[in-house]
Every structure is written in structure tokens, then in C-alpha cells.
Design a binder for this molecule. Sequence first.
Ligand code: ADP
Length: 356
Amino acid sequence: MTTIEDATSALQKVLDAGSNKNVIELDWIKNVRVTIPRIIVTLSLPSFANSQRDRIVQEVRKYLLDFEDIEDVQIEIDNNLSKTESRTESNGPVLQQIEGIRHIIAVSSGKGGVGKSTIAVNLACSLAKLGLKTGLLDADIYGPNTPSMMGVTEQNPKVTEGTGNDQRLIPINKYGISLVSMGFLIEEGQPVIWRGPMLNSIIRQFLYQVEWNNLDFLVIDLPPGTGDAQISLSQSVPISGAIIVTTPQQVSLQDARRGLAMFKQLGVPLLGIVENMSVFIPPDMPRKKYEIFGKGGGKILSAENDLPLLAQIPIEIPLVDESNKGIPISISQPKKETSVEFTKLAQLIKNQFVDK
Ligand code: ADP
């Protein structure tokens, strides 16, 4: 089991670039607390070392996450000495901005199969159609579907020149979107069994070691549920807002509620609810609408939590057909009601975050 001594000794590998002394002998790290699976440390940098802060935070995390039984590292900043954090929460983890990304929108759901990836993909496409530079990070390690929804399963992303930490993954560009997916790392049809520390480090790599190029928005397709990946992500980057996807069925509300509660607990701002599969629109009778999955789920959830119901997305057959062909419906059939709803959703998000 990792002890305070082990942690302190690992931290001696983190050096001040100027003097080449380590952060322990310089007394820049205080209060190392180990409560398996978490380590909490306080970083107390003199102002002249502030420019090194992001690197030091990264290295502290890296070395501590190397311990097999450590899944979470929280770094508190001693505010008396350092006042230039990108964004920190008092006593919470340091949230480190990703270079070149203005806003991060997380798309989440309490359980799988409710259409979370479909919403993430079409939201990203609709933001791009509004002229915004948009990226899509498919962090759904259990079912990374976006490469197939975007028609890029055959492509392998390249890496920049350099070695080790200098290397960056170059996103695949499709429909005006910069795409990075866990699916690029996993062989099709293979199950993924990643333990906490490995998951943490892979997610961090996908955030920080990608050549994101000046994006207005990065949409993140999270795995369903309330596990390690969601927590790790929320504690790494400043998420501008999370969207919870649910279906109208009241039985799916329980899962959605858990997802909502998690984000609240983690201090992530919630943008609102998207109800997917609200009604079925038959292709031959588009005026008819059938509530095949019941009704009211989105409304109930939004009222309970005082959050807006951002969109109600119908079920349309072309959505499935086109998605199977690797073309999101908002690209292939922009006039369909589903696509119009996605555009409205993107516009709402644009209005909220981008100067008008
Ligand atoms: P999740 O990411 O929540 O697991 P997906 O986005 O992968 O869900 O969607 C599951 C399946 O449902 C996919 O086959 C997708 O094409 C289909 N689907 C999702 N939303 C709709 C919709 N509004 N209309 C028709 N099919 C949909």
C-alpha cells in the first residue's frame, strides 16, 4: 500500500527548472495526505515559480498516479503564495485549462442506449455549421461509437513529430469537426477493461496531448453512468457546462438523477436536459407523432432540478440509416425535424457562451 513516504519520495522526481532542486527539498509541496485510492497534496509555489506551475501540477499527478493503488490525485493550491491559477476550487482539485480550447461541453447520461453519442455528434456538427470551431472527444471507453457515426473507422490519427510528452495526437477532421476517440485505440469488437489509474492517465492524454487547434467548443461524449471517467474528467478540466441526456420514460429518470447529482457534487455547471426519442415521426406521415417511449421524463427532470429542457429530439428513421452510413443526420438531412432541433440546441449553447 502506498505510504506518505512513498509519495514524498516519488515527488522528489519533480524538479524546479531553475535550480534543479526538487519540490520536496524546496518545500513547495506541503501536507501530503494518503487515503487510498486518493492522495491530496498542497502546492505552495513562490511567485517566481508560477510560470512552472502547470508543468509541476502535471508531473505531480503523473508520478503519484503511477502507484497501482492510487486513482485520484487532488492538488490544492496555497493561495497565499500563488494567485494566478487558471481556475481552482478552494480545497478542490486544480482544474487545468486545455491550451487552444475555449469552452468544454460534456454530454452525459445516466445509462447507455439513450442516444448520448448521437446527441454529442450532432451537437458538434450543428455548432460547426454555425461557424464555430468545434472538436469532439469521444471519451466513451465502453462504447466509442463516434468513429462509426462520423464515418472514420478506417482512419488512424497521426502524431506530431517529437518524442514522449512532446508528441501530440492530431485529430481526424470530418464534417468540419476535429475528432479524437477512444475507438482509435481499441480494436473493433474488443472489450475494454481499464482500471482507474490507467483510465485517468488515458483521459488526461486525450485532453492534453492532442493538437486541438483553437477551438470555440470541445464537445465531450462521456461514458454513461457515474464512474471513474466522469469524475476524473470533471476534476481535471474546467467544464463550461454539462448536458444530461434522457428518454421520456419515467424508469430512466432514476439513472439520469444519479448523473445530475454527480455533476452537482463535483461542482460542474449544468446547462440543462436533452430529452431524446421524445416522439416517433413516421416517414410516410410526418405530421403524426407517436409517444412510443411514454412522455414527460425530460420535463419532470428539468422541473425537479430547476434546469432548462434544452431540446426534445424525435425518433426519425433516417437518423438511424444515415448514422449507420457514417453521416450524422444534421449533415445529411438538415431539414428533418431532428436536425432542426439539433440546430436550436447548438444555437442555445452558442448564445450562452459566445459573445453576440
Ligand atoms: P448511447 O450513446 O446513449 O449509448 P447512441 O447514441 O449510441 O446511445 O444511440 C443508440 C442507438 O439509438 C443508435 O443506434 C442510434 O442510432 C439510435 N438513436 C439514438 N437517438 C435516436 C433518435 N432520436 N432517433 C432514432 N434513432 C436514434
